[in-house]
Design a protein around this ligand. Structure first.
Ligand code: FAD
Length: 375
């Protein structure tokens, strides 16, 4: 089998890259050890926040804005519901770096936002009971992405553009020889000119076949859905939100498609091995207590758990992404280490990977994502 570009890992980032490359008339083969979307990686649980005023640093804002354009384009091109414009309320203590970055991002990029006190938040959305002393920044143009549906949309469009998908297929051998990449997967030999590795938590298992490793740490985390008063938490009246007080970080969603009130703790992860089967929700002492407590204290909700899921973050040492040529390999590009905040960028990362593969550069600034920063 021959390809211009071979992609190993066809989840959030890989499937988007596969589509943009196929649309640019490149012959693409996507290989995945599962069958995306699925529950063994980092993209399940149906929904993800997209924030524009960015708490992790204003350098992400141009990417977030381009990602938003591409999500809307994906929605139009696929006919699938990918985005709900619920707005996002960023909440925190005035001293939190997250909130400072949110306000700085909003100012630098003139994002349409409103600054609110705890009381103003509680008066406007009866579903919050914030204690005094917090501040919030509401951005109305952002909201919620349907993560599994978005991957389905990219997959469908990529296949329409003749991308080849080898799903439920493990990579056995990987060789680079000058300009040629050879991948043996599921007993099939695939040769190509370029290789993209977007294998999420499995990235180091793939890199091991080249004798390389990156500083990535997979983390087990979980999200929970609680019974919701639909009059308070409907997505047309209640926003998605992110909370950071410097010590703890939570995030949540309105009651989208009747799923209940979804909430997670951004800092609740515990380290796991790349190939480790995650312990189910409830098997680790304390699973879910943090989010129940948050709901009672900050939203006045009597927390009745409907369901919960475990999922994996793949953390880089500094929480920023790695999007770069694999050091020492001119024809291999890696995108990984999305550290629990990558999904919103999957569309733009797909476009960036397409540009890097075809012309070796991208118009967006990705210098902060260089692999060599950990040397
Ligand atoms: C609970 C939770 C909540 C989150 N909330 C948000 C949020 O609100 N907003 C946000 O922006 N981000 C959020 N994220 C983060 C975001 O979902 C991830 O950063 C993103 O999905 C990572 O994409 P990926 O392509 O690296 O991984 P994945 O989507 O997991 O894709 C990797 C693919 O590689 C495949 N693979 C693995 N190993 C191999 C192998 N050896 N060979 C072949 N294929 C392989 C996997 O099967 C998988 O399909 C959240 C993550 C979690 C877990």
């Amino acid at each position: 089998m021959e390809a211009d570009v071979i992609i190993i890992g066809a989840g959030s980032m890989g499937m988007a890259a596969g589509y943009y490359l196929a649309r640019a008339n490149r012959k693409v083969v996507l290989i995945d050890s599962n069958d995306p979307p699925h529950t063994e990686g980092s993209h399940h649980g149906k929904t993800r926040l997209i924030r524009h005023a960015y708490g992790e640093g204003e350098q992400y804002v141009p990417m977030a804005l381009r990602a938003q354009e591409l999500w809307l384009e994906l929605e139009r091109d696929s006919g699938r519901k990918v985005f709900h414009q619920t707005g996002v309320l960023n909440i925190g203590t005035p001293e939190s770096d997250f909130l400072k970055n949110v306000f700085r991002s909003a100012e630098t990029y003139s994002l349409p936002t409103e600054k609110l006190s705890s009381k103003e938040v509680n008066d406007r959305w009866s579903g919050f009971r914030l204690p005094d002393g917090l501040v919030a920044c509401f951005e109305k143009n952002s909201g919620v992405l349907m993560s599994e549906e978005a991957i389905r949309a990219y997959r469908e469009l990529a296949e329409q553009q003749d991308a080849a998908l080898l799903m439920n297929t493990r990579v056995q051998k990987l060789q680079t020889d000058g300009d040629c990449i050879s991948v043996t997967a599921g007993g099939t030999l695939i040769t190509g000119k370029k290789l993209i590795i977007t294998a999420g938590k499995g990235t180091n298992s793939v890199l091991q076949l080249l004798g390389r490793q990156l500083p990535l740490q997979p983390m087990r985390t979980h999200v929970s859905w609680f019974e919701a008063d639909t009059e308070l938490y409907r997505p047309d009246i209640f926003p998605a939100w992110a909370y950071d007080d410097g010590d703890s970080g939570f995030y949540g969603f309105p009651d989208i498609e009747g799923a209940g009130l979804k909430i997670g703790n951004h800092q609740a992860g515990s380290p796991v091995l790349p190939e480790e089967k995650l312990k189910p929700f409830g098997a680790v002492p304390g699973d879910g207590k943090d989010v129940s407590d948050f709901l009672s204290l900050h939203m006045g909700v009597d927390p009745i758990l409907r369901t919960a899921q475990v999922c994996t973050y793949t953390d880089s040492p500094d929480g920023d992404f790695i999007i770069d040529q694999l050091p020492g390999y001119g024809n291999v590009i890696v995108a990984c280490g999305f550290s629990g905040h990558g999904f919103k960028f999957a569309s733009v990362v797909g476009e960036i990977l397409m540009e890097l593969t075809i012309c070796g550069r991208t118009s967006l600034d990705i210098t902060g994502f260089a692999a060599c920063r950990f040397d």
